[in-house]
Design a binder for this molecule. Structure first.
Ligand code: PMP
Length: 395
């Protein structure tokens, strides 16, 4: 039986990690895998997380099962950061914990299908796993191109997708710090996006995996919040794996916005009974440790401040790298200036697959075949080498 299976392509980024590890050049640069790195190239555990973990070691009194919804203390403690001071929007919002943002995206797409969404529209390029999950759930979907060649957002394309979809169809948008383009919408863009969702009846699915890595926790949430203020219903997928540095601990949450009033509250309850059933059939319940640590941080003002300070340091470092790249401007055949106005961990360079290979083989610079780079892989020590290599390979 097993021989009936077809070989699947390995994950391209994981293959790149192996190639990078085998490279003996001392000045090699890893811009592949999507984790934050300090100026020294490390991905350390946040001090705030260490503090929360110490607290858990001392105080956690049971590891008994929770339930498919996970740690609701975590789910609720996060809400003011995501949704603002009226964290439940008058009781219209509720959530559940998921294994990372991936689990939240999985639930959102499966639940969308279950409630009769017939088609999902998604701007591409996007996080490659979006398409994989949509295919796996077997939901019909359509891609549209949402980036201009100059590295800005093609908002007209986003609006056309939302307006063209209508009730019964959904559009997935990234909340901030788009993966892989680094493109964010302006507040005017978000206004128009929210208006389009409201007028068309298209169902919004907002995936936010990088809150706090762009301009700040509040700033990065404002676009999403402006959409939620205008629409009757929405799904929000959330990851804490980047903004708390929890990657392998798999910390995420899935939130649903329902209509106001008693009817809306009943609908919300029914929706979560379905989401819980989907979770039980997939992973039963999410892993606890990381979410518990985030809950401990968010309930302790000192740990919260430590976390926000650490996040601000990450942001400042990525901004410094982006500014330096922006100053380089036209470099060989590539204009690096848009990188200064893009946000978050990623940007995508307009380089060919051949140039990506050349950068790897001739310069020891490792990036995804799409030209996506992890901004945090650059430091003030290696950035000049990187800019020089881009100039040489694309000139
Ligand atoms: N959505 C987007 C846009 C992402 O880039 C990622 C992670 N790379 C995720 C969701 C999933 O995050 P997690 O690692 O928490 O599963």
């Amino acid at each position: 039986m097993l021989d009936r299976l077809e070989e699947q392509a390995p994950d391209a980024l994981l293959a790149l990690i192996k190639l990078y590890a085998a490279d003996t050049r001392a000045d090699k640069i890893d811009l592949g895998v999507g984790v934050y790195r300090t100026g020294q190239g490390d991905t350390p555990v946040f001090g705030a997380i260490k503090g929360a973990e110490r607290w858990l070691v001392e105080n956690q009194d049971s590891k008994s099962y929770l339930g498919p919804e996970g740690d609701m203390g975590f789910v609720h403690a996060l809400m003011p950061y995501i949704f603002g001071s009226d964290a439940t929007m008058g009781g219209r919002l509720e959530g559940m914990q998921t294994p990372g943002g991936t689990g939240a995206v999985r639930l959102a797409i499966a639940l969308a299908k279950q409630m009769g969404i017939t088609k999902l529209h998604m701007g591409t390029p996007s996080w490659p796993n979006h398409a994989q999950i949509i295919r796996d759930v077997a939901l019909d979907w359509q891609a549209f191109d949402h980036a201009n060649p100059d590295g800005t957002a093609n908002v007209e394309a986003v609006l056309a997708a939302i307006n063209g979809a209508g009730p019964g169809e959904a559009v997935l948008v990234h909340g901030c710090c788009h993966n892989p383009t680094g493109i964010d919408y302006s507040s005017d863009d978000w206004d128009a996006i929210g208006d389009a969702f409201a007028a068309s009846g298209t169902f919004p699915i907002i995936d936010t995996a990088y809150q706090g890595l762009g301009f700040g926790m509040e700033e990065d949430a404002s676009g999403m919040r402006s959409v939620l203020a205008k629409v009757p219903e929405a799904f929000i997928c959330y990851s804490c794996d980047k903004n708390f540095g929890m990657y392998r601990d798999r910390v995420g949450a899935f939130y649903i916005l329902s209509q106001a009033g008693a009817e809306g509250a009943a609908t919300l309850g029914k929706a979560f009974s379905n989401a819980n059933a989907l979770a039980r059939a997939s992973w039963s319940m999410p892993p606890d440790h990381g979410a518990a640590a985030v809950r401990v941080i968010l309930r302790d003002p000192e740990l919260t401040q430590e976390w926000l300070d650490e996040l601000a340091q990450m942001r400042a470092r990525m901004r410094q790298v982006r500014e330096r790249l922006g100053e380089a401007g036209q470099t060989g055949g590539v204009d690096l200036s848009p990188l200064a106005i893009q946000n978050g961990l990623f940007s995508t360079l307009p380089v060919s697959k051949e140039q990506v290979v050349q950068l790897r083989e001739e310069h020891g610079i490792y990036m995804a075949g799409s030209g996506r780079i992890n901004i945090a892989g650059l430091t003030m020590d290696n950035i000049d080498k990187f800019i020089g290599a881009i100039g040489e390979v694309t000139g």
